[in-house]
Design a protein around this ligand. Structure first.
Ligand code: B12
Length: 459
């Protein structure tokens, strides 16, 4: 680098009050920002400011840190907040350069085309990060691949690539790490073993974010990262840890070789769990505690509509295999907009038969950009730009069989029934400890209150 060392503040926006979020259940570290930190720390003075935890305002932080540039990460529901934060930066000092990145910048960069946002990182790699920030440090705005700059009328430079999985520097969030958690496991870190997903489910954004090809992350990077994690629990954010024999065996060999003993949580597809069931016992012995499985629905026509590539019978087989392995199942289901009261009853009965330890039920969300968005366009309750509504927790499609109020009521009733009446809660207290269970209950009450209000208002 030939320019001056810059002061870079990386920000994760606070949780917004309006959105239905998983808040107290899942609260992971800002892995993307830790990666940016890892790439730029040698050449610049850089700090992460996690507003999900911090008590002070961004302007106050700007006053003490005096950044030259502020970079903010984003998810779908954060758009309005991120733009407000950029306005706060510019109000503090117009010369501070604002940069936005993250999942939402990848999926929908146009959302950030605003006078207070100078640059949008649609895709990120160590190459474009170094090139862009080193340019800034020399006082130049350079056209960089994957970066959309207001100065160039958001012209697309280069080919839109996927975000590169970079080595995170986890010390960058040292002061926050105690709080990061995954459900009952606290503290917990997150990492990824392989990117991409070959399943191609219709409703899912994840293979669109990471690509349709499963690729293992560089083993040296993974090894170093695994060894650097101090937390007793790691949640793997891979879309399907059970994607291939090579992947599962690679993981098992690695943790055995490194003699790492931790709790692991993974996503697993129903097909993968059934195909590779012979590994479950050994994985459990190595520390695999819970698998997040998308069972989605009790209805095979919907499974077909979702291009799920598995059936409701497969779900039952996977549930049985998992029950025998002793690994907990955190299941997710999607409420179809054409469900009647009877369908919700069928879902409750189905969940009772599958008996996962935890069930989450979200309304089907046709996220803008998915083919499903066009299909349901005429029934949408909100506009694509109502960013705070796209939380995957809010009902977005007008129900056809029952009123919206009744629909929320059924969602709430089903969540409470399956998680309180069906699950064995003393088992949960035994494995998570009273304090963690209290945190989860507090979170559930908060989420239930929001659903209750929506049901009451019927909007
Ligand atoms: C971990 C995770 C979380 C964590 C934290 C994520 C975070 N960034 O802070 C927690 C648990 C808090 C969370 C919460 C939510 N999440 Co979430 N989450 C994930 C998950 C599992 C992994 C994300 C991740 O860490 N990826 C890896 C990192 C490295 O990627 P990345 O952040 O994109 O970073 C790369 C680049 O984007 C870039 N980058 C990132 N930030 C910045 C900033 C700058 C300045 C620059 C230059 C570059 C840059 O650098 C990285 C290197 O390439 C994904 C699913 C998945 N497997 O992808 C869902 C996912 C991202 N979440 C999703 C959703 C919907 C949510 C919630 C709204 C759910 C809810 N109803 O509560 C909430 C919203 C949080 C809030 N604001 O309150 C959706 C996102 C949809 C969207 N369009 O944004 C996803 C895709 C899951 C899904 N449903 O398909 N989530």
């Amino acid at each position: 680098m030939n320019g001056e060392k810059m002061r870079i503040l990386l920000v994760r926006p606070p949780r917004i009050e309006q959105a239905i979020t998983l808040s107290d259940f899942m609260f992971s570290e800002p892995l993307g920002l830790e990666m940016i930190y890892g790439v730029l720390k040698e050449e610049h003075d850089i700090e992460i400011f996690d507003m999900m935890i911090e008590g002070i305002s961004l302007s106050k932080k700007i006053g003490s840190f005096k950044p030259d540039t502020v970079g903010i990460t984003s998810l779908c529901i954060d758009v309005i907040k991120v733009i407000e934060l950029c306005a706060e930066v510019k109000k503090a000092d117009r010369k501070i350069i604002t940069v936005v990145g993250g999942t939402q910048a990848y999926l929908n960069p146009e959302a950030f085309y605003h006078e207070t946002v100078d640059h949008v990182f649609q895709s990120t790699s160590s190459g474009n990060l170094k090139f862009f920030y080193n340019g800034l440090s020399m006082g130049k705005i350079q056209k960089a691949d994957g970066v959309l700059s207001r100065a160039f009328d958001y012209e697309t430079i280069g080919v839109k690539g996927y975000n590169q999985y970079l080595a995170p520097d986890r010390s960058s969030t040292a002061k926050y790490r105690e709080v990061y958690s995954y459900f009952g496991y606290r503290p917990a870190a997150i990492m990824e073993f392989g990117t991409g997903c070959e399943k191609g489910c219709d409703f899912c954004l994840r293979w669109r974010i990471e690509g349709v090809k499963e690729k293992l992350i560089d083993m040296e990077l993974t090894k170093k990262d695994l060894l650097s994690i101090k937390e007793p629990t790691i949640m793997f954010i891979d879309n399907d840890f059970f994607a291939s024999r090579e992947k599962i065996e690679g993981f098992m060999q690695l943790v055995k070789k490194l003699k790492i003993k931790k709790n692991y949580i993974m996503y697993g597809s129903v097909k993968g769990i059934i195909s590779y069931k012979e590994y479950l016992e050994e994985l459990s012995g190595l520390g695999l505690k819970a698998i997040l499985v998308g069972y989605e629905t009790f209805n095979d026509a919907e499974m077909t509509q979702y291009l799920k590539n598995s059936t409701t019978l497969d779900n039952r087989v996977a549930a049985k295999v998992l029950k025998d392995s002793g690994i907990d199942v955190w299941a997710s289901f999607m409420a179809h907009p054409d469900w009647s009261k009877k369908d919700f009853e069928k879902l409750r009965a189905y969940i009772k038969a599958l008996k996962p330890q935890i069930s989450s039920i979200s309304p089907l969300t046709p996220f803008p950009g998915l083919p499903m968005y066009d299909y349901y366009k005429d029934r949408l309750l909100y506009k694509a730009e109502d960013y705070e509504k796209w939380s995957f927790g809010q009902v977005m499609i007008k129900p056809s069989q029952i009123s919206l109020r009744r629909y929320y009521y059924e969602l709430l009733k089903t969540s409470l029934y399956v998680n309180i009446c069906i699950n064995d809660n003393t088992e949960m207290i035994k494995s998570f400890g009273g304090k963690n269970v209290f945190r989860i209950i507090k979170g559930s009450i908060k989420a239930a209150k929001k659903y209750f209000l929506l049901a009451y208002k019927g909007i």
